[in-house]
Design a protein around this ligand. Structure first.
Ligand SMILES: [Fe+2]
Ligand SMILES: [Fe+2]
Length: 204
């Protein structure tokens, strides 16, 4: 269960396939950012021992994803280059409250929603690829299918990891946690709705 407040239109996956080079570049940046966010939690919250191992493992895994995506970009003749960061994550995180432990709770739940949205988008790309027959080995888009079909499972797990960490790191009743998750999910849907569509991104 991904806890998203609004689902993406089915057609998004096919639209993404028409802009795959741009989507892959953005995706590589997302994996890099996911690794950096996990690492930053270790620095920012040394007082939360429960965060250390899961965040370290997650940072490593996201870097592996980064390497997978950059490898594919290069095999397609492209290169991993700089790009203007998408406003999605910053706008989502802007809803985090300022004082601890609310702040930690909100950051973990926002991270869980980013993972959930990434998972949903990867599912749509893999679905669109499957509709084109890319599940078959030898298909010219088979490598893309394998990448997205493989990664979406990890991103679903990362979503669950962040929700679980919110439970473990912050003293909060389950109902209150669910309520805050629902509030932030509604905010995430609004941020996504308002995202600029001029460039193809994982989160627009
Ligand atoms: Fe990832
Ligand atoms: Fe992830």
């Amino acid at each position: 269960m991904l806890h998203l407040a609004a689902g993406t239109d089915e057609g998004w996956g096919h639209w993404a396939l028409e802009h795959m080079d741009a989507i892959l570049l953005d995706h590589a940046h997302c994996e890099k950012k996911a690794a950096s966010t996990a690492l930053s939690m270790i620095f920012r919250y040394p007082g939360c021992p429960q965060l250390m191992m899961p965040m370290s493992a997650l940072a490593r895994e996201e870097l592996e994803h980064f390497e997978l995506v950059v490898g594919l970009i290069r095999r397609r003749g492209g290169e991993f280059v700089r790009q203007e960061p998408s406003p999605y994550a910053a706008r989502l995180m802007a809803a985090s409250r300022k004082h601890e432990p609310d702040r930690l709770l909100d950051i973990l739940l926002c991270c869980s929603l980013i993972e959930a949205r990434s998972c949903e988008r990867m599912q749509l790309i893999a679905g669109a690829l499957a509709e084109r027959g890319a599940e078959a080995p030898g298909h010219d888009m088979h490598e893309l299918f394998e990448l997205y079909d493989g990664l979406l499972v990890s991103e679903a797990r990362h979503h669950a990891t962040y929700v679980e960490l919110a439970r473990g790191c912050v003293e909060i009743e389950e109902a209150a946690l669910q309520q805050r998750l629902a509030e932030l999910a509604a905010h995430e849907a609004t941020v996504l709705e308002a995202a600029p569509r001029d460039q193809p991104r994982m989160h627009n």
